[in-house]
Design a protein around this ligand. Structure first.
Ligand code: HEC
Length: 152
């Protein structure tokens, strides 16, 4: 009978590991024929993710226009609009559906938008802003190559 607490502890430990794997690392994903990982999201969460993407594109356009016209304010606003503050608006429970690689790329993208806003404020350097915009675009490309969304 003395073994029972140990057995229960092991079961508890393994279930915790499983939950951590499922909700933090794996997310709700399926493999697809085009070799991208498909993330299954509810209709609401899909709408949220795609609206965020369209805001990304608007920010990119604004930053690019700011670089062309040497308009630091436009670059700053474009960057902030897609910065880390959006993460707080993520619907409850959505993070659990996202695989860890997607979360990392998403957070890096928000951080990069903030970095563009901060550095134009600090240095007023348009060549640097252009360089940063380019490395930001690499994150968009990497994620689009790897993942897609399927609404449940
Ligand atoms: C963390 C991953 C990730 C990052 C980073 C990312 N995207 Fe996306 N984006 C996606 C996924 C997934 C879709 C859905 C594509 C699909 O299902 O085929 C998408 C869709 C879009 C769409 C279509 C929106 C719609 O209404 O259908 C646009 C526009 C877009 N992304 C722009 C961008 C831009 C610009 C960037 C970079 C600043 C970016 N994305 C960065 C994952 C990402």
């Amino acid at each position: 009978m003395k073994k029972l607490p140990t057995v229960l502890a092991v079961i508890f430990f393994l279930s915790t590991l499983f939950l951590i794997y499922f909700f933090i690392f794996r997310g709700s994903v399926i493999e697809t024929e085009d070799h991208r990982v498909a993330i299954q999201l509810s209709k609401n969460n899909t709408d949220f993710a795609l609206a965020e993407m369209r805001t990304f594109l608007e920010s990119i356009e604004q930053i690019n226009e700011g670089i062309l016209n040497k308009d630091a304010d436009l670059i700053f606003e474009g960057g902030r609009q897609s910065g880390a503050k959006i993460v707080e608006e993520t619907p409850k429970g959505m993070m659990g559906s996202l695989p860890i690689g997607f979360k990392k790329l998403g957070l890096s993208t928000h951080a990069k938008f903030d970095a563009i806003a901060d550095s134009i404020r600090a240095n007023n350097n348009f060549v640097q802003a252009h360089r940063e915009l380019n490395s930001l675009l690499n994150l968009c490309v990497t994620c689009h190559r790897t993942y897609k969304i399927v609404a449940e």
